[in-house]
Design a protein around this ligand. Structure first.
Ligand code: GFB
Length: 318
């Protein structure tokens, strides 16, 4: 296994996104100073010819594949073609070009929503492909499973050191706060914030509030990603989570506390609940010597500070 050193040529695909941004911050803080970055306008990862040309000329040694088309339950459910097409193309193009151009190692990110909808809890890595997927995110899941299988099979056939991680639901600074397409944490934070400012008697919450979710701060994921790039080289994907979960109702109570909104909650049960529960078993990761550091309440406060500092640019971008 080739070692990633401070001078290694490292490509973080998706460095402007939630995950890629956090990995870039983590690497820079640790002293890695040979990072290769391309915005979407500079390099469209769904275009094979562009991706091949980029890898041939830049020849990155280490690749963090954090670029993906992502979104919350509604975006996944309604933009199904975009989610399957873009994620399959990005994974296939980048894994192939990285291997072909002689990269030392690639790290791919799956997602806990690609395990079977009714997987027994906590979810072990071995649950992959043992049952039916959650229908609201099946296209995304199929594309991500294909990405995982690319890594596994490029290892087997070519000996390419491609590994995959399975992060649980993520949140943190740099998240998407658009109410239609976002994940649950930024959506609830923005709704609570708007309700507080307008003195609204209640804020809306999708679904019943009963589903359970496990949340990992993106800075913890970035830390685990860099750790595993250095330490892990096996076929099997590895779960990255916190090992405990909360109901959506408990989450909204925490978000209200952080934001300071005391009105009522209105549950809109015409909106989907999605998977009833998805909590990862993180025994394998812990056995390697890594554990998360950021508690949910602290992470929510950190995310809300980021939202307050950036809300003008978020509004301008909409
Ligand atoms: O983060 P989220 O959208 O995605 O969370 P999933 C959805 C859960 O939060 C559902 C509830 O139970 C919703 O009913 N919820 C309550 C809300 N209020 C809101 C709201 O205002 N906005 C949103 N978005 N949800 C995604 C997958 O599933 O998980 C993706 O679709 C991805 O593929 C991601 O893997 C990690 O956790 O249900």
């Amino acid at each position: 296994m080739a070692e990633m050193t401070l001078g290694s040529r490292i490509f973080v695909a998706g460095h402007n996104g939630l995950v890629g941004g956090a990995i870039t911050r983590n690497l820079r803080a640790a002293g890695y100073d040979n990072l290769i970055e391309r915005s979407r306008a500079e390099l469209d990862l769904t275009r094979q010819v562009e991706v091949e040309a980029f890898f041939e000329s830049e020849r990155p040694e280490f690749v963090f594949l954090a670029a993906a088309k992502v979104g919350g339950i509604h975006a996944n459910d309604t933009r199904r073609a975009e989610f399957i097409y873009q994620n399959m193309m990005i994974a296939a193009n980048v894994v192939e070009a990285a291997w072909r151009s002689g990269a030392n190692k690639l790290l791919f990110l799956g997602s806990s929503c690609i395990y079977p909808r009714m997987a027994s809890q906590p979810i072990f890595e071995s649950a992959l492909l043992t049952g039916e997927l959650e229908p609201t995110n099946e296209p995304y899941a199929i594309a991500k499973i294909a990405g995982l299988k690319l890594c596994e099979n490029y290892r087997r056939q070519y000996g390419f050191d491609a590994i995959s991680l399975m992060p649980t639901n993520l949140y943190g600074p740099g998240d998407n706060f658009d109410l239609e397409s976002s994940h649950v944490i930024p959506a609830l934070m923005r709704k609570a914030h708007n309700a507080k400012l307008s003195n609204a008697p209640a804020m809306g919450v999708w679904g019943t509030g009963a589903p359970r979710r496990e949340f990992l701060h993106v800075d913890d994921l970035a830390d685990a990603s860099v750790f595993l790039m250095q330490k892990y080289s096996e076929d099997a994907t590895i779960n990255v989570g916190v090992g405990h979960d909360v109901t959506i109702r408990e989450l909204v109570e925490l978000v209200r506390e952080v934001v300071g909104y005391e009105g009522a909650l209105e549950f809109d049960t015409s909106k989907p609940d999605g998977t009833p529960r998805k909590m990862l078993d993180i025994g394998r990761l812990q056995a390697l010597g890594w554990k998360p550091k950021i508690a949910l309440r602290d992470g929510l406060a950190d995310t809300y500070r980021w939202f307050l500092d950036n809300q003008d640019s978020l509004r301008a971008a909409e």
